[in-house]
Design a protein around this ligand. Structure first.
Ligand SMILES: CC(C)(COP(=O)(O)OP(=O)(O)OC[C@H]1O[C@@H](n2cnc3c(N)ncnc32)[C@H](O)[C@@H]1OP(=O)(O)O)[C@@H](O)C(=O)NCCC(=O)NCCS
Length: 361
């Protein structure tokens, strides 16, 4: 199979004479953050990213005049298969490139796009998002990583992350054979047709303003749990005051479903549902249509294992159904023994896997 054929199911291919406005319309309708620009008049390809469009608008250029082919192609390295990896890497380092495309003849056989994500918990990192890679043969990703990773390492970016479709076992295996391990799971399931019934010892209801103190306590319970074995996450734990202020500010926001679980008239757990578009971690290919997001759930430590997590998870399905969502998405740390056991029990199946590799030792 030609890669170009394979890639159109995964990424967007556009011509050089598309204007930036047309390109951004196509990118947003396909929900991708990058497009491969193929110019039949010239060999090689270019990559147009969301960032390029923002930069162009920021520079005051007219999106109805600027063309997709314009200077953005300079942000890409074309590595022909005759190049050694060292040549490709050296070129990338020299020019400060992040993007690597392999071209065989006039065919694209794979590409890898890395970028750095801000945030202390990620370390000095290079991220490959779901739309940031496509290869005709899984094995090619190992060569792409060797070349692109060389540049990252030279820039002291020692924490590497990649989002891989969970069903693509050959690709997952290729990344495993590059020293990557499983950090995080994105899960998806259909929103059930029928409303849920909580167990008799629990009441599930919409959160009220007077719940804010316990909602704030539950906000802290998640990072506190993830800081423990065997996750040992470096995620920051806010103070109780910060969590209260956050809830006070966002409590009346429209489009969010705040639910609590009560046992003996005491709130013991909470869950939050919203549109998946609200999430910053689910973008481009990981953003299906009409999807609701289980964005947060926690149960107080002393009430765990008694069904509140399931009841809250099912109540968010009810909220999603009532709000027109047909599928539900959530995500969890693979090492979080509680969430990684709870969400699959509710029907969530892995859709994308976040793999990571930390260099140094
Ligand atoms: C994750 C969490 C919300 C789940 O709530 P909970 O009240 O403990 O969960 P439940 O008692 O409803 O159990 C949920 C399901 O997991 C299953 N489960 C729990 N422990 C299990 C184990 N050790 N092995 C296998 N399954 C297990 C339960 O059997 C249940 O499935 P079932 O209803 O089909 O029997 C809660 O444990 C929690 O707050 N954890 C800390 C914060 C956190 O990780 N939040 C989620 C972030 S993504």
């Amino acid at each position: 199979m030609k890669v170009r054929d394979g890639m159109t199911t995964l990424v967007l291919t556009i011509g050089p004479v598309h204007t930036l406005r047309e390109a951004s319309r196509l990118m947003s309708s396909r929900r991708v953050g990058a497009a491969v620009v193929i110019d039949p008049e010239h060999s090689g390809v270019g990559i147009l990213t969301e960032r390029d469009i923002l930069d162009s608008l920021g520079a005051g250029q007219d999106p109805d005049i600027e063309l997709a082919a314009a200077p953005r192609t300079i942000d890409v390295v074309y590595a022909s298969p005759d190049w050694t990896l060292e040549q490709a890497a050296a070129t990338m380092v020299r020019a400060g490139f992040r993007h690597l495309v392999v071209v065989e003849g006039d065919e694209v056989t794979g590409y890898l796009l890395g970028q750095s994500k801000p945030g202390k918990a990620w370390g000095p990192n290079a991220w490959v998002e779901a739309a940031g890679q496509a290869v005709s043969q899984a094995e090619t990703v190992r060569d792409l990583y060797a070349a692109a990773g060389q540049e990252w390492v030279q820039q002291d970016l020692s924490a590497h992350y990649v989002l891989v479709p969970a069903h693509d076992s050959a690709l997952v295996d290729a990344w495993f054979r590059l020293g990557f391990g499983l950090q995080h799971v994105h899960g998806i399931c259909e929103v059930p047709d029928q409303p849920s019934t909580p167990p008799a010892h629990l009441t599930i209801r919409a959160a009220r303003r007077e719940d804010i103190p316990v909602l704030a306590e539950l906000d802290l319970a998640l990072p506190a749990h993830q800081a423990t074995a065997p996750t040992w996450s470096a995620g920051e734990v806010p103070t109780l005051e910060e969590a209260v202020a956050d809830w006070e500010e966002s409590f009346d926001d429209e489009g969010w479903g705040y639910l609590v679980a009560e046992q003996d008239r005491r709130v013991v757990g909470a869950a939050v549902g919203c549109a998946l578009e609200e999430s910053s971690t689910h973008k481009s290919l990981t953003l299906p249509d009409h999807a609701g997001f289980l964005g947060f759930a926690a149960v107080l430590p002393e009430a765990r294992g008694l069904g509140a997590g399931r009841a809250l998870g099912e109540a968010t399905f009810d909220w999603m159904r009532d709000n027109g969502f047909t599928s539900a998405v959530t995500d969890w740390r693979a090492t979080n023994l509680l969430s990684s056991r709870t969400w699959p029990r509710l029907g969530y199946r892995p859709s994308f896997l976040r793999l990571h590799r930390h260099l140094g030792y």
